[in-house]
Design a protein around this ligand. Sequence first.
Ligand code: ADP
Length: 496
Amino acid sequence: MKKYIISLDQGTTSSRAIIFDQSQNMIGMAQRELPQIYCNNGWIEHDPDEIYSTQHNAIIEALTKYDISIDEIAAIGITNQRETTILWDKTTGKPINNAIGWQCRRTSSICEELKKAGHEEYIKNATGLILDAYFSATKIKWILDNVEGAREKAKKGEILFGTVDTWLAWKLSEGKIHATDYSNASRTMMFNINTLEWDQKILDILDIPREILPEVHCSSYVFGNANIMGNLIPIAAIAGDQQASLFGQGCINEGQAKNTYGTGCFLMMNTGKKPCKSKNSLLTSIAASIKEKDVQYVLEGSVFSGGSVVQWMKDELHFFSESSDSEYHACQVKDTMGVYVVPAFTGMGAPYWDMYARGCIIGISRGTKRAHIIRAALESIAFQSKDLVECMQNDTGLKLEQLNVDGGASENNFLMKFQSDILNIPILRPEIKEITSLGIAQLAGLSIGFFKDMDEIEAKRQEITTIKPTMTEENRQELIKGWNKAVSRSRDWIEH
Ligand code: ADP
């Protein structure tokens, strides 16, 4: 009777509902665009009611489109854009402000003040994060400081806070669930990743009343029931999108990692039972978990310009009309003829952390063709990812044996082969594209017995393409040497 799990994948630009069966096959998907609100002053917001309505409509559309009855749904799993912050009135259910998006920098000055007051080190040790406007805590403080009467109401327990998962669970359960999971909590910058509790000292520093915070559980957990058209369906898993993807990739053991090649690249490594402190300013957070009070940790880093370098060649340089055509062009030449592209459009992240760096195309000669530049630009995505992998290996002392990949640009076979060559390890690419949704479906299925255990999940894993390295050590070292030299030329470019 109960044949399916619905994954809700609530992202920055869309709300999606994806249906999986017991063999972990994707049965269907419905998607609604989610508008982002760009305010004149550069702030980035969402309408929380729109987050919910687009998600709810996606569920209904998916069921209708594939002719699936709500009785056939065993559980719902929620995976979501992380950090985005919502506060609402507990009685009326009305948001007291728009959701503050994760990219919104409006609380930078609050972060500067916290740094001046000497709180950076404590926050880093307690939360694993770098003190930054990206995370939820200072966004909450901003709303409490700026919405009239909000802090008083919050102190009286009349206001609730949630990241997007918590908001959706609360709305879907008609106010019965106010909860999140360790993975989402670990990106708020007020959750102590050592004790697995909200950190009272940080709450005091920011004057955030504890009453507004959700309960925190492991990711694979029956949080309560959603009411979908009068039917009660368990919400059986919650996890942040990157952590759900890591789980969906099967990276459940120490030393396993995945890289998502989207606009930017998101690299995440499972570092096991102890939080690993990074010497390279990578972030430490908590993996998707299947037991209460028993978690694994992850290290996280990102490449700022990943697929965006391909988009830049398409939209600005007009080198091709589809991103996927970059593969064809790159394969028209046997190498870059010594050309390197360093796409430091907005500076460089780990391990360089140079915000004054800017992009360069270097090593060009009279014989350089468009194809050489396209090839070099694709290679730059792989070089940057290699730099991050090296940071993680240095921080953890673990050696990566293989890299699991997903995201739009992982479809590019040239890029994946070059990544494998430059890292000198195999690349594993699952056939299924919706790996984040699969991860949350697996976690939901595990908590209600739809999937018996990890062995069953593993046994039913869908097909994976393995791409193996063939490059000689000499060639690899030569290319890496050139890349390092090119990076050194792009650094410290902007006058400051
Ligand atoms: P996001 O989730 O960040 O929007 P996607 O996972 O949809 O990203 O990937 C889109 C990005 O990947 C775009 O920047 C696009 O230019 C790039 N991309 C998509 N397909 C390819 C491809 N076959 N080769 C190279 N780049 C690609």
